[in-house]
Design a binder for this molecule. Structure first.
Ligand SMILES: [Fe+2]
Ligand SMILES: [Fe+2]
Length: 340
C-alpha cells in the first residue's frame, strides 16, 4: 500500500497502490477512441522526502472532469496503481485531485541540478579567460559579461525531457562537455579555443527556447524559431559588440550551433564541416546518452531500468564492479557453482 501525503512509494509489484502528492510536469488529453482521458508526467518526492522521481501516468476515465483544471506546474493528490506497460512502470490513476499550493511548496518538486550555479559560472569564466586567440577570447568574455545571458544560463534546463531536464541543467551539461573537450583537444589535435567555444555555444539558444518555470514549457520564441536560430542570433549580437570581430569567425561559431545535432534528420540544417564541429556533436551526444542511461529507472530496488528513447534495458549494477563481484559470488553459491 502506498504512501504518506509527501511522497509516493512504488515498487516491483504490478499491483502496488500509490497515493501521494505530485507535481504535474505535463498533462494533455488523449486522442482517439481507445486513448486514455489524460496522459500525464507526474513528479513525486522519493522515500522520506529525498530526491524526486518522474512517473508516466494515465487516467483512463475522467468522470469528475478534472482534466481541464490541471496545468503543468500545479500540485495534485494522485491515487492509483503501478502497472507495467511497454517494459516500463506506469501509474494507472483512479483519482487525481488538484491541490492549492504556495510557490515554495511547488518549488520543492522542481528538479534542480546538483551543480551550484555560482561555481558553474565561475568555471565558464575561467575557461573563457584561458582562450588564446584574442578575438575568440574577447568574444567569450563579452558573451559571459551579458547580464541576460548570465541570469538565463544559471537556471535554464538543457531539455524539456530526456537529459539534464532540471533547473541549471544546461549549465551542468555545457560544463560537462567543456571539461571533456578540454581533455581531448590535445589528444585529437583539435583547436582548443574553437572547441571550447563551440561546446559553450551549441545549446545556448535553449536559454530562450525553454522556460525554467515549473513544467519547462517551450516559449513562443522557442516554438517559432528553435534553439539553433536563437543561439545564432544571440551570438551575432555578441560578436557585433567585439571591435573588429572577423566575420569568418562568427560563421565558424554559428556553424557549431547549426551542425551540433550531427544529422539533417535530427534537425541540423548542415553536417559538421570541421573536426571541432564533429567533436562538439559527439561530446554533446555522449553527455546526453550517459545522463539518460543513469536516469532510466525500474521499480524500487530493481537492478534494471528501462530507457524509453532507445528502448534499451539498463543494468545499473554494471557500473559497480565491487557490487557485481559480490552479487555473482552470492548467485554462484546459490546455484551450487561456487568458485574454487
Ligand atoms: Fe541541441
Ligand atoms: Fe546539448
Amino acid at each position: 500500500m502506498g504512501t504518506s501525503s509527501g511522497g509516493a512509494s512504488v515498487g516491483k509489484s504490478q499491483t502496488k497502490e500509490v497515493r501521494g502528492v505530485a507535481l504535474v510536469k505535463s498533462c494533455h488529453a488523449g486522442s482517439g477512441e481507445k486513448a486514455p482521458a489524460l496522459i500525464l508526467t507526474l513528479v513525486f518526492k522519493g522515500e522520506g522526502g529525498k530526491g524526486l522521481r518522474e512517473w508516466p501516468a494515465r487516467l483512463w476515465e475522467d468522470p469528475r472532469g478534472v482534466g481541464p483544471s490541471l496545468s503543468a506546474g500545479s500540485l495534485v493528490l494522485a491515487e492509483g496503481t503501478v502497472v507495467r506497460h511497454n517494459q516500463e512502470s506506469q501509474l494507472r490513476l483512479t483519482r487525481i485531485t488538484p491541490l492549492k499550493a504556495s510557490p515554495e511548496e511547488i518549488q520543492a518538486y522542481i528538479p534542480q541540478s546538483p551543480l551550484s550555479s555560482g561555481l558553474g559560472m565561475a568555471r565558464l569564466d575561467a575557461f573563457m579567460e584561458s582562450l588564446s586567440e584574442p578575438h575568440l577570447k574577447m568574444f567569450g568574455l563579452e558573451l559571459l559579461a551579458d547580464p541576460e545571458v548570465r541570469s538565463l544560463l544559471e537556471k535554464a534546463p538543457a531539455a524539456k525531457r530526456n537529459h539534464h531536464a532540471v533547473v541549471g541543467g544546461l549549465l551542468e551539461h555545457t560544463l560537462e562537455i567543456m571539461e571533456m573537450g578540454d581533455r581531448i583537444a590535445p589528444v585529437l589535435h583539435l583547436n582548443r579555443d574553437l572547441l571550447l567555444l563551440g561546446l559553450l555555444l551549441h545549446d545556448l539558444g535553449k536559454c530562450w527556447e525553454i522556460s525554467a518555470q515549473p513544467g519547462f514549457a517551450y516559449t513562443d520564441d522557442g516554438r517559432l524559431l528553435g534553439h539553433m536560430f536563437l543561439g545564432c542570433d544571440a551570438i551575432r549580437k555578441t560578436a557585433s559588440r567585439v571591435p573588429n570581430f572577423p566575420g569568418i569567425l562568427l560563421k565558424l561559431l554559428q556553424h557549431f550551433i547549426l551542425s551540433h545535432h550531427g544529422e539533417l534528420a535530427y534537425g541540423s540544417p548542415v553536417l559538421p564541416a570541421t573536426p571541432e564541429a564533429m567533436a562538439v556533436h559527439m561530446l554533446d551526444n555522449l553527455s546526453g546518452q550517459i545522463y539518460a542511461m543513469r536516469a532510466a529507472k525500474g521499480g524500487e530496488g530493481d537492478e534494471w531500468g528501462y530507457e524509453r528513447n532507445r528502448g534499451a534495458q539498463i543494468w545499473h549494477k554494471g557500473s559497480d564492479p565491487e557490487a557485481l563481484v559480490a552479487l555473482w559470488r552470492d548467485r554462484d553459491v546459490t546455484n551450487g557453482q561456487g568458485a574454487g
